[in-house]
Design a protein around this ligand. Structure first.
Ligand code: SAH
Length: 203
């Protein structure tokens, strides 16, 4: 699939029905999602693989993985309203994804590839921690994630503790439109990194 087509599909997913600040519902921009998915595709972590999207929100990463040929995609999300949007969007595209309402801490099944845009921990300190714990525990091959650049030291520490190898930490453009009631400006540019960590045998 061409990048422009992938971006178009991802951009067609509706926004969070009622963005909840306490859950840090920050949707991944379609371009950033497409680039992350392309990296996973190039590293052979999608086609024929089992994929887990932690904190799936309205489903952009899970839907993208399914569009690009993942064998089985599971998407876990705490907010049923967000997941309902994801389910409808996936169905409209003719995709099969196991949409699961639940807490990331309750996921136990190992997978090949974990994709995630966890809460950034801006509202609730350390809200990203259970995501990184689960991701590094469950991914057999790699973890692909977004995080605020302020989380670098924490993530590097988790990677070392889990014996994962950091393959990439690159800043990505991330314009965050006004979403929550406490936002004043129309949009802000967030300092976000894309992370790729190898948890597999090549580590
Ligand atoms: N993956 C989506 C959403 C990212 S926002 C995207 O890339 O656009 C982070 C998501 O994590 C939100 O939808 C929020 O509701 C969810 N979330 C926060 N804490 C959670 C938890 N403990 N368990 C499951 N989902 C959680």
């Amino acid at each position: 699939m061409r990048r422009a087509e992938l971006v178009r599909h991802l951009a067609s997913i509706p926004p969070f029905p009622s963005a909840r600040a306490e859950l840090e519902q920050v949707a991944t921009p379609p371009e950033a999602a497409a680039d992350l998915l392309s990296e996973a595709l190039a590293r052979q972590d999608l086609v024929g693989r089992t994929v887990l999207d932690l904190g799936a929100g309205t489903g952009i990463l899970a839907i993208g993985a399914a569009l690009l040929g993942a064998e089985h995609v599971t998407a876990v999300e705490a907010d049923p309203a967000a997941l309902a949007v994801a389910r409808t969007a996936g169905k409209r595209l003719g995709l099969e994804v196991a949409w699961v309402v639940g807490d990331v801490g309750s996921v136990d099944e190992p997978v090949d590839t974990v994709l995630m845009n966890p809460p950034f921990g801006a509202q609730q300190r350390h809200a990203d921690r259970p995501f990184w714990e689960r991701a590094l525990l469950l991914a057999r091959r790699r973890v692909y994630a977004f995080a605020l650049s302020g989380a670098r030291t924490f993530i590097e520490g988790r990677a070392v503790a889990r014996g994962a190898r950091i393959e990439e930490t690159v800043p990505v453009p991330w314009r965050f439109p006004r979403t929550f009631p406490h936002h004043r400006r129309r949009s802000v540019e967030l300092a976000v990194d894309r992370w790729i960590l190898s948890t597999g045998d090549e580590r």
